[in-house]
Design a binder for this molecule. Structure first.
Ligand code: COA
Length: 438
């Protein structure tokens, strides 16, 4: 094992030169001291045309500021809240890619990484340190980068799985004890509670869960207290899972891969969540190549994948990355998990969303807004849930789907949606019968 020599962040980022591509560790372990030092050099115009890539970072993202145009160019794999405005105005850019393949872009050389900036836990006596709360495509960047700069931070949890890397893979070391970025679970609204109840009814005992961040997953998890033998194989999880682990509801007993373990590739939550994964052999933080690979996901029984959408049309096309032409998020792992759930024995791919936005706009539309991206196609969608119920579109015709989707739209919008379906499909639409009719 080599001796670690610590240098300052300012010293470490001197390795970056014009035309380099820099990969940033993501979400809670975003390496802010290195970003600040790098941006300081950028403001001093010490280099130009440095491309920045990451899945998504939390906290300030000064490298995406218009004032640094020509110095940095952000090319993210997902549009997070901190770079949304800059992406929508064209200063920052986005690479549409399945989350599973973000690592492939790096490993197979589509994107060359000159410098990877990461945060790791304090190395153990064997020289192993952990990537902590984010492994995602960062492990690939560590493997491929010409130079790896790591902040050794006692606040990074020593998570197991692919998260463990050896310090011999790191070139430059910086010491810092900055806090990781946290997100406390917010209150659950009445609408989210109703959606949560419908989704929870679809979750069977013994299911393997995938869910994203936000109010709906938390609402669902809060209603699973009486379930049995649930497992987790997800791209992420948050605090909502912790009470279910305490109660023994989540025990991974039924899983066919990583039996007894919870699997994710990144986490975002409170300090309690980060402490929970530290030194915990029951959690495997894995490469996104593994967590999001469709055939790995599909090996588990009753995979129940719960994802959300910005808009859906009456035939079942799901937009989850943009509001019209304005990019809001990204493809992420939605398709990876909807497909994996569909192929799993007893699996249930679910899209769950409120029927209207916070401004009262119907999220169910006759046609997608021009420019809206189809993240999941008509053929990918099975269950759709709103606060008005749950419908299964799998194996249903276009006209059946329209009836079912409209039946769980907001009552204020049902008449206009029904009229649009009638105009689209012709008068026969009103003769499509419901199986439940006499
Ligand atoms: N028309 C106009 N505006 C809309 C809209 C629509 N159809 N749907 C949503 N909006 C607006 C909302 O009003 C809200 O605006 P605000 O920021 O001003 O409050 C904003 O868009 C976000 O909507 P919301 O419903 O709160 O989104 P969310 O935070 O629940 O996220 C996705 C939903 C689809 C963006 C998110 O699930 C995602 O990124 N999915 C893709 C990736 C994925 O599925 N990964 C797998 C799980 S991690």
């Amino acid at each position: 094992m080599k001796n670690i020599k610590f240098i300052s962040a300012k010293e470490a980022v001197k390795i970056v030169k014009s035309n380099d591509r820099v990969h940033l560790h993501s979400v809670a372990v975003t390496p802010h001291p290195l970003i600040e030092a790098l941006c300081e050099r950028g403001r001093n115009k010490e280099f130009r045309n440095v491309r920045i890539q990451h899945i998504h970072t939390e906290g300030p993202a000064p490298y995406a500021d218009p004032e640094l145009e020509g110095i940095f160019q952000l090319e993210s794999f997902f549009v997070g809240a901190n770079v949304r405005k800059q992406t929508q105005s064209g200063y920052a850019d986005y690479i549409p890619v399945f989350l599973q393949e973000t690592q492939r872009l790096i490993r197979e050389g589509y994107l060359k990484v000159n410098v990877a900036m990461i945060q790791v836990s304090v190395p153990d006596k064997f020289g192993y340190a952990s990537l902590g709360t984010s492994v995602d495509a960062t492990l690939a960047a560590v493997e491929k980068a010409d130079t790896v700069i790591a902040i050794v931070n006692p606040n990074v949890p020593r998570a197991f799985g692919d998260a463990m890397i050896h310090i011999n893979e790191i070139d430059l070391f910086v010491e810092d004890d900055c806090e990781l970025v946290t997100a406390e679970p917010g209150p659950i609204s009445e609408t989210d509670r109703k959606i949560g109840r419908y989704v929870a009814e679809l979750v069977e005992d013994g299911a393997t869960l995938q869910m994203g961040i936000g109010a709906i997953p938390n609402a669902v998890l809060s209603m699973l207290g009486n379930h049995k033998d649930l497992g987790v194989h997800s791209e992420m999880f948050a605090d909502g899972i912790l009470p279910l682990v305490d109660k023994g509801v989540v025990n991974g007993k039924n899983k066919k891969t990583d039996k007894g373990k919870m699997v994710a590739t990144f986490l975002m939550g409170s300090k309690k969540l980060y402490d929970f994964i530290g030194d915990n052999p029951g959690v495997a933080m894995q490469d996104v190549k593994y967590t999001n690979r469709v055939n790995v996901i599909a090996k588990n029984p009753k995979v129940t994948a719960i994802n959300s959408a910005l808009q859906i049309d009456i035939t079942g096309q799901v937009c989850a990355d943009s509001i019209g032409t304005r990019f809001y998020s990204g493809v992420g792992g939605q398709i990876d998990f909807l497909r994996g759930a569909s192929l799993s024995k007893g699996g249930k791919p679910i899209i769950a969303m409120p029927s209207v936005t916070n401004k009262g706009i119907s999220k169910i539309a006759p046609i997608l807004t021009p420019g809206a991206g189809v993240v999941s196609t008509r053929a990918n969608i099975h269950w759709l849930v709103t606060e008005y119920g749950a419908v299964n579109l799998y194996g249903r015709t276009l006209q059946d789907r329209a009836k079912l989707i409209i039946s769980i739209s907001h009552p204020d919008h049902q008449e206009e949606l029904d009229k649009a379906a009638f105009e689209r499909f012709g008068p026969h639409f009103h003769f499509v019968w419901d199986e439940n009719d006499d």
